[in-house]
Design a protein around this ligand. Sequence first.
Ligand code: ADP
Length: 503
Amino acid sequence: MPDFVGAVDQGTTSTRFMIFDHGGNEIGRHQLEHEQILPRAGWVEHNPVEIWERTRAVIETALARAGLTASDLAALGITNQRETTVVWNRRTGRPYHNAIVWQDTRTDRIASALDRDGRGDVIRRRAGLPPATYFSGGKIQWILENVDGVRQAAEAGDAIFGNTDTWLLWHLTGGIDGGVHVTDPTNASRTMLMDLETLDWDDELLSFFGIPRSMLPSIKPSSHPGLYGTTRPGGPLGGEVPLSGDLGDQQAATVGQVCFEVGEAKNTYGTGNFLLLNTGTELVRSQNGLLTTVCYRFGEDAPVYALEGSIAVTGSAVQWLRDQLGIISGAAQSEALARQVEDNGGVYFVPAFSGLFAPYWRSDARGAVVGLSRFNNNAHLARATLEAICYQSRDVVEAMREDSGVTLDVLRVDGGVTANDLCMQIQADVLGVPVSRPVVAETTALGAAYAAGLAVGFWKSTDELKQNWNEGRRWEPTWSEEQRAEGYAGWKKAVQRTLDWVD
Ligand code: ADP
């Protein structure tokens, strides 16, 4: 058995390739950004061809730098930004349109129409999701309705859909020369098209969006001993490697954080925040604005489910301070700026740029800064931005407690924003619960590697994976109960203002 496992992490802002050893330690990596295409207010696109080119490049460079070849890899896993929708022609390999990204709100009308005649409740019950612009179903419908020739091609079986996992698996296994058209249940559970109990596409749900079944990939286990396929010798790996792991990025991070027991949760702080709580083989239906989603399915075992709180804007609010306001020159500087003040000086910032996701699900909400006085400055705004990341997470933790009865005794965290020490301290303060970050903070890629490695026997069991998890850093709460309650009450009032604005 070769000594390493590789993982492609196709994220919202960049694509990375990482190589891990048996202990889950990083051996090599390379990462490249891709363009964020913003054609109009509320629209966000990526070029799928650029994403495939970046994927090739990061694989080639990381392997070359580590001095490794395909024969050193026991398996390859993929993890991806979820929901982002690609429709392409299986004969030519050409996409019909740019990828429509998960944050894109162009399908607002499609999503809100679903609730007018009861279809929304069928989606909630069967797919575990509230109708929203976020998920793939409406995005596929938009492409079918707005791009010439796609519907006919779809009906003829030539136009096919995939999230970016499917797009990359198709390319890695040969593309127009016999590439496989597959996905896993975690990605499929983000489309509004899959029945959570049968783990299959559902004809009634497909009919709501007018999507022909022939467009859809087949759904295979997230960790697939039968393999999705093997990489082509002519591809970026330069040899044949078993492709055996596929997980949506947030589920991959849950696996990378070894949250295999019921009641274990992790929160990932990237462009947005995603808190997932493992609910085991039980499907818990949220009464409080959370999503029910597949957490993973390993081989022929029963699927494991999760409750998820998705927050659209967290790290991207920090990018907004940098790119739109220009008050910091890099994301890390948000910490130094926020440290110039003791507290938020009465300022709350609700960054509802793409509406509000969990637990509110209001696509129409827009951002607000409230509580300003003449005394406030850039530092207060930076502090309010970091607090907004933490308060949005608290909203989700509260909803989870109500839905599941689970009270967290520690929150496992990962993602780009966790480099911000002040933000993590505020998180512990706002929740009143310790926050813990593992040594290997690249849990998303690690989770995809775990899924791939388990399938080929590189790792024998989830118990073996648990041995690999080690705490790197811990933040303990320091606020009094009174401070915590007062701060949170201010946040709730601020959120109400963003909703009042559009009511
Ligand atoms: P993704 O996988 O969604 O692309 P990452 O996990 O790579 O995200 O995190 C990137 C995000 O983290 C960016 O939105 C960036 O603004 C934010 N970020 C990175 N470093 C810091 C920092 N030190 N403080 C605050 N935010 C940060």
